[in-house]
Design a protein around this ligand. Sequence first.
Ligand SMILES: Cc1cc2nc3c(=O)[nH]c(=O)nc-3n(C[C@H](O)[C@H](O)[C@H](O)COP(=O)(O)OP(=O)(O)OC[C@H]3O[C@@H](n4cnc5c(N)ncnc54)[C@H](O)[C@@H]3O)c2cc1C
Length: 414
Amino acid sequence: MRRYSAFAIVREALRHHSGWERAWTAPAPKPCYDVIIVGAGGHGLATAYYLGKIHKITNVAVIEKGWLGGGNTGRNTTIIRSNYLQDPSAAIYEKARALYETLSQDLNYNVMFSPRGVIMLAQTEHEVRGYRRTAHANALQGVQTAFISPERVRELCPIIALDGPRYPVLGGLWQARGGTARHDAVAWGYARACSAMGMDIIQQCAVTGIRSRNGQVTGVETTQGAIACARLGIVVAGHSGVLADMAGFRLPIESVALQALVSEPIKPCMDVVVMANTVHGYMSQSDKGEMVIGGGADGYNTYAQRGSFHHIEDTVRALIETFPMISRLKMLRHWGGIVDMTGDRSPIISKTPLGNCFINCGWGTGGFKAIPGSGWAMAELMARGTSDLAGPFALDRFRAGRFIDESVAAGVAH
Ligand SMILES: Cc1cc2nc3c(=O)[nH]c(=O)nc-3n(C[C@H](O)[C@H](O)[C@H](O)COP(=O)(O)OP(=O)(O)OC[C@H]3O[C@@H](n4cnc5c(N)ncnc54)[C@H](O)[C@@H]3O)c2cc1C
């Protein structure tokens, strides 16, 4: 596959853009692969990419029932940060954040990583204590964060009302190298790199069954026929329980709809990401000028991939207290994605009761930021059978009671 470069742009401009290749191929499934990954979201594609790049396993198919990046990867609010409390979380999220720093160069695809900085507002004394504690934990973990004063918050984000009617801003947890990236581009960049390594990305192909013999996985049944494989990775976010059922085991996962919206585009007014967890809303401004606003999850389990009016009202009503200027904006779009929530709000990257079948799920409301680190760890686990990064996130932690409690850092906003 030809590299993208300034030279290529000039060359194609002179040739009336007749020489661009397809970014990825659209092959028919082969009868057999070394590895099948189910789910062409960011985590599935990143797993395939690092299997090829690091472990030189390239006889890989990524099977997607819709279009690649059409699940939560293309529906999130793109916040990237690694300021988690527990050591295993900080390790995997910081690995991901560090990989994001050079992802555009690694993939030869501009993922528009923008380390503009993330502030998590402290709006109660309880949050002040919590975020100070997280800043200390981050210092020990080598993650660069700081607890900042209200005045510094206003310097970084002048449109904030520090003395809101219910919750004044008492400070914030600041991660200067957190930020955003273009979510579609992350999926597209990984897909293009996988295709360039000879992997097959098979879209519009749903996995409908999992085949096994003597406790070992042997392949999958799909809407395009049966396909054999030596190893299987299930990376389907909100549909993890469905796939686990096909493989014959149960997961401690609930699927709920998480919602977001964007405003009409306006002139640049905010060049950081702000999360207000007490009132429950978070906001950044996209490169197009839209205010990207994340809201809450529905209070009941569902596979309905859509938004609802009461969430728009709740989220915007809460955020207006801290950002009064958004009261005059019009909403442009609103949507939902099915997120996969575990009880301790940490992911599962694990072997499963079915031999050679692995699962990566439970990223819930906050897995976009983790895509490169998660793919790295899952690839290592699938290739070598063990991974230091993935180890603490094994499925058996729920039986053993080794929870990685991130309900404060990860339970709601992202
Ligand atoms: C509104 C919203 C806002 C969010 N904001 C943030 C944020 O700001 N920051 C952050 O870090 N995270 C955020 N997240 C979470 C983040 O989007 C997810 O954790 C992450 O994208 C999950 O990626 P994935 O690859 O695991 O899943 P997905 O992108 O959902 O990919 C899974 C794929 O599996 C496919 N699939 C399912 N069943 C089958 C089957 N039977 N056969 C074949 N394919 C199948 C699906 O079609 C889908 O494409 C947000 C999520 C939502 C919904």
